[in-house]
Design a protein around this ligand. Structure first.
Ligand SMILES: CC(C)(COP(=O)(O)OP(=O)(O)OC[C@H]1O[C@@H](n2cnc3c(N)ncnc32)[C@H](O)[C@@H]1OP(=O)(O)O)[C@@H](O)C(=O)NCCC(=O)NCCS
Length: 108
């Protein structure tokens, strides 16, 4: 987790060894990080961004209750091709409510 910027947004990210994938460890590990951000550090918003093709990562953020906020189309040149980016986020009040409280215009 990167520290909150002056506007109060922190970014969450993760990389797990392939041999421990598919057991729920990533989701389990991220929950206390969100708790740390919102309950200890006073962060206003936590966001996560990922390659739009990374379904496993998107499912982690969705299981955490984060909202899909944006789908940037071919916004990044990566490894010799244009790739698209998804941005998920959660606000402090959504964390406190225990569920997303805002409708996402791009929710799937
Ligand atoms: C992104 C990444 C962390 C996701 O890992 P993951 O193993 O799919 O995520 P989790 O550890 O939360 O595991 C959840 C999966 O385990 C399954 N699972 C199996 N047993 C489980 C259990 N006992 N409890 C919870 N989930 C379980 C879930 O059904 C879920 O599968 P699904 O997503 O196909 O529905 C991993 O793919 C990774 O490290 N990738 C490379 C780096 C990367 O892409 N990072 C993100 C960059 S944005």
């Amino acid at each position: 987790m990167r520290p909150a910027d002056p506007e109060g947004t922190a970014e969450i990210g993760y990389v797990f060894a392939p041999d421990v994938a598919g057991r729920g460890y990533a989701t389990e590990a991220c929950r206390p990080l969100l708790a740390l951000a919102f309950e200890e550090l006073g962060v206003h918003r936590v966001m996560g961004r990922l390659d739009a093709r990374n379904g496993a990562s998107a499912r982690v953020l969705e299981r955490l209750g984060m909202r899909l906020e944006a789908h940037f189309v071919e916004d990044d040149w990566f490894k010799g091709e244009w790739t698209s980016t998804l941005v998920y986020a959660m606000l402090d009040r959504e964390w406190r409510a225990g569920r997303p409280s805002l409708d996402s215009p791009t929710s799937r």
